[in-house]
Design a protein around this ligand. Structure first.
Ligand SMILES: Nc1ncnc2c1ncn2[C@@H]1O[C@H](COP(=O)(O)OP(=O)(O)O)[C@@H](O)[C@H]1O
Ligand SMILES: [Mg+2]
Length: 239
């Protein structure tokens, strides 16, 4: 019982703050008696909204990025949507094949792979998901590095063999200088990758016919079985 009006008010205000009428210490003790909640997953999986990632990365590289049907098709491919490619892939669409993206200069071929590459990087770093990752090189760079690496005085760490496995994007295929006067560095690489069943993504100004002429029919004839062939037909964004 409260001895005075003041004490009664104090008790009341304490109860209002603490409806059980228990002190913090009592609550702490009481809680330890209750069964503990199940231990939460130490690394809860966060749901990734791919569309948000895409908008954010596209917005970084281009103010008004346009999702043309070819772009949508490539995105669907990376999302492993088996319905991808209808009306866009000119041969038989197949998620197990790579991508051969060709078309004239400035139509947005390299940009979509740049965006997807950045998304793949973020999915690894921020979410520990490796499924959308691929290595990215340009054909001219690859051939230059290859030539340098064959020099006796070469001190770098370029390893041509490491490019024969794992998902790889090769930009500007056909723009490379012939290594030591021959065209077969890229052809050998593509052949070796095909043998290893490694998925390759290519962007090039070369149509499949020009590809065949440049790298030979041995590789050219295999293009449709190894790649989903997509043409970027729009006008150049660079004009
Ligand atoms: N989908 C797109 N919507 C709007 N602008 C684009 C788009 N794709 C590319 N661009 C613009 O066009 C430029 C050239 O694109 P790029 O991908 O380098 O062409 P390509 O590789 O086909 O020669 C980019 O730097 C960008 O400014
Ligand atoms: Mg390009």
């Amino acid at each position: 019982m409260a001895k005075s009006a003041q004490e009664a008010i104090q008790n009341l205000s304490q109860r209002m703050k603490n409806p059980d009428g228990l002190s913090d210490g009592q609550i702490r003790n009481r809680r330890s008696v209750y069964p503990k909640a199940a231990t939460p997953d130490p690394k809860p999986r966060r749901r990734v909204a791919f569309d948000d990632l895409f908008k954010s990365e596209a917005g970084k590289v281009c103010q008004a990025y346009e999702v043309i049907p070819q772009v949508a098709c490539i995105v669907q491919y990376f999302l492993r949507d088996w319905k991808f490619g209808e009306g866009i892939v000119s041969n038989q669409p197949d998620l197990n094949k790579g991508l051969y993206v060709h078309g004239t200069f400035g139509t947005g071929k390299s940009m979509i792979f740049g965006i997807m590459h950045e998304i793949g990087r973020r999915l690894i770093l921020e979410h520990g998901y490796q499924g959308m990752w691929f290595t990215s090189v340009t054909a001219p760079w690859l051939v230059e590095e290859y030539m340098k690496s064959t020099d006796r005085s070469y001190m770098g760490n370029f390893d041509f063999k490491s490019y024969t496995r794992g998902p790889l994007y090769i930009d500007d295929l056909g723009m490379e200088r012939p290594a030591f006067g021959r065209d077969d560095v890229i052809a050998d690489l593509l052949f070796e990758r095909h043998r290893n069943q490694a998925r390759t993504f290519i962007t090039s100004n070369l149509s499949p016919q020009s590809f065949s002429q440049k790298y030979g029919p041995r590789l050219g004839d295999r293009l449709p079985e190894a790649f989903n062939i997509i043409e970027f037909t729009g006008k150049s964004y660079r004009e």
